[in-house]
Ligand binder design. Structure first.
Ligand code: HEC
Ligand SMILES: [Cu+2]
Length: 314
């Protein structure tokens, strides 16, 4: 039976993570040898009864101290610089990435594609294209783990987490939950299917639902009564949401925030926590009334309202 020592390497990040990993393993082995080989040699050389020279030795203490202080310092700073570079790339998705939402819940991963396609414990992606994931949890802490792409991200309820990868090889790869999350945690597994771009297009079209993600969000926007306040001639003065996504928003308390997914999420669940400047805190909370998936649909809709720069008169 084949038992691979390391998972397959199938993303642009994998070789970088592996290089660092093997360097660290090599370095550890080197230092282990540097300590244990002399130890064994001295044990043997100075064993009882052996006529070795046991007279005290004089060594240049300062040089020795400096060497074993400065050398490890340089080595560790080098490792820091190297790994910080990888960490930085991991944290910043390239622009033009395909955006996919993933919601973890006991005990499955639910995936939403922008076109409206949905999957459970499966994630279909095209090869060679950066994929940007927005991760959320419906209940407890889960951890989204794709070993072949060298990404693992804890997903704590109440926040969005971003993660990205560019698959480099077609194939089927493991998807795990890597945080113990209850009875059926061990069954919270799935697969990532990396396909040729053309096959992926066909897959998308073959399963295409009647509504895109943003269209589902638009329907919810009406059903939940958001449009009653946020559209056209409402009784209550509420901000228009066109062009909100990505904009800088001044808040009533003087703070200035960026309207990203997290901000929109908080606006819907905790409207009192961040009141837009110039408006009364009249928006009711929708906590408990919308699921994580519905929230992501609403956000997709608000994002689809475009980023047209628009003057806002408070
Ligand atoms: C009763 C009227 C009302 C309803 C219903 C309502 N809102 Fe609001 N909303 C407001 C008001 C007033 C504000 C501005 C004050 C604030 O930030 O809380 C606001 C702010 C927001 C903001 C922040 C906008 C900005 O410019 O910073 C978002 C996003 C938002 N609402 C989305 C929604 C969504 C989505 C729904 C439906 C699930 C909804 N609202 C339902 C009145 C409403
Ligand atoms: Cu889990």
């Amino acid at each position: 039976m084949k038992f691979p020592l390391v998972p397959p390497s199938a993303s642009t990040l994998s070789p970088r993570v592996d290089a660092l990993f093997w360097f660290l393993v090599g370095l550890s082995v080197l230092f282990m040898l540097l300590i244990f080989v002399p130890m064994a040699v001295f044990l043997f050389k100075y064993r009882r009864g052996h006529p070795a020279n046991r007279a005290p030795v004089r060594l240049p203490t300062l040089q020795i101290e400096l060497t074993w202080t400065l050398l490890p310092l340089a080595l560790l700073l080098g490792i820091f610089y190297w790994s910080a570079g990888i960490y930085y790339s991991m944290a910043h998705a390239p622009s033009g990435a395909r955006e996919i939402n993933v919601v973890g819940k006991q005990w499955m991963w639910k995936v939403q594609h922008p076109e409206g396609n949905r999957e459970i414990n499966e994630l279909h992606v095209p090869v060679g294209r950066p994929i940007k994931l927005t991760l959320a949890s419906q209940d407890v802490i889960h951890s989204f783990y794709l070993p072949a792409f060298r990404i693992k991200q804890d997903v704590v309820p109440g926040h969005y987490f971003g993660e990205w990868f560019t698959p480099t090889k077609e194939g089927v790869y493991h998807l795990f939950c890597a945080e113990y999350c209850g009875t059926a945690h061990s069954k919270m597994i799935g697969r990532v299917v990396v396909m040729k771009p053309q096959d992926f297009e066909n897959w998308l079209v073959s399963g295409r639902p009647s509504e895109s993600l943003a269209q589902s969000g638009e329907r919810l926007f009406r059903e939940l009564g958001c449009s009653g306040c946020h559209m056209g001639n409402a009784q209550i003065r509420a901000p228009r949401l066109e062009g909100l996504y990505g904009r800088i928003v001044p808040l009533a308390n003087g703070q200035i925030v960026k309207a990203d997914e997290g901000y929109i999420r908080d606006s819907i669940l905790l409207p009192q926590s961040q009141v837009a400047a110039g408006y009364e805190p009249l928006m009711p909370t929708f906590a408990g009334r919308v699921s994580e998936e519905e929230l992501l649909e609403l956000i997709a809709y608000i994002k689809s309202l475009g980023a047209k720069p628009q003057e806002r008169s408070p």
